[in-house]
Design a protein around this ligand. Structure first.
Ligand code: SF4
Ligand code: SF4
Length: 156
């Protein structure tokens, strides 16, 4: 099933130290920077989101959030969606969800193949696999699914 972002905003809520605005070059055009790589990018605010961006009240109350993030109805959205950095575009908070054999969702795997779970058995199985293989980059999403499904988990 292809990943569909629900625009909950969670992944951008604490990126204010990593995506920063360096300077403004026009009324709705900024130079942004990905701090971890030192890469600058031109960030025009999407035309249909300029009004949202101009309201600074939310971002003032959420200083840890990415400076381009704004609430829009029930969603929290990126106001530079069209020009956002490549790592933002490719990010998937959920590559697949993991259910127990009974069908309860007990974890999820991100697009970067990190496991999020509170289930100790699932964590143990995951650690067992990932400590045996030196770098997760050598593991594909399909291999992880097969490994988990062989142990009775459902991956959707
Ligand atoms: S990628 Fe995931 S966490 Fe980020 S906004 Fe979309 S649904 Fe939310
Ligand atoms: S640029 Fe957009 S997608 Fe990237 S962290 Fe900021 S709000 Fe999120």
């Amino acid at each position: 099933m292809p990943f569909e972002c629900s625009c909950c905003g969670s992944c951008c809520m604490y990126l204010g130290d990593y995506i920063v605005i360096e300077r403004q070059t026009a009324p709705f055009v900024f130079i942004g920077c990905c701090v971890s790589t030192g890469t600058e990018f031109i960030a025009p605010i999407d035309e249909d989101k300029r009004e949202l961006f101009s309201d600074r009240s939310w971002i003032r109350d959420h200083p840890s959030a990415c400076p381009f993030l704004r609430p829009s109805g029930d969603m929290i959205i990126c106001t530079i969606h069209e020009s956002s950095p490549v790592q933002c575009k490719s990010y998937r908070c959920t590559a697949f969800r993991i259910s127990s054999p009974k069908g309860d969702v007990i974890g999820r795997v991100t697009g970067e193949l990190n496991l999020h779970t509170d289930d100790p058995k699932l964590r143990f199985a995951w650690d067992d696999l990932t400590t045996r293989i030196p770098g997760l980059q050598e593991i594909s999403e399909d291999m992880l699914r097969r490994f988990l499904e062989d142990r009775g988990y459902l991956c959707v």
